[in-house]
Design a protein around this ligand. Structure first.
Ligand SMILES: [Zn+2]
Length: 73
């Protein structure tokens, strides 16, 4: 069984886990986007590399402070 890493604390997590057992951050957003790692951080929030599970391809997910997560290309 493949392992992944929590994008928030780098804790090793199972790929089927929906939440990190260590920091309890969600690892899958909207049942569709699996967060892989943090790509960058800016004034508005953070950008995460993610996998679009439905389409089976990479995408970027942005998190805006106070507004939650949004998928972007
Ligand atoms: Zn974590």
């Amino acid at each position: 069984m493949a392992d992944g890493k929590c994008a928030f604390c780098n804790y090793r997590v199972s790929l089927s886990a929906k939440f990190c057992p260590k920091c309890s951050h969600p690892l899958i957003l909207h049942n569709r986007y699996r967060l892989l790692w943090q790509e960058g951080k800016g004034g508005f929030g953070s950008v995460y590399e993610a996998t679009d599970i439905k389409l089976g391809r990479r995408c970027a997910v942005r998190s805006f402070l106070r507004q939650g997560f949004f998928a972007a290309q």
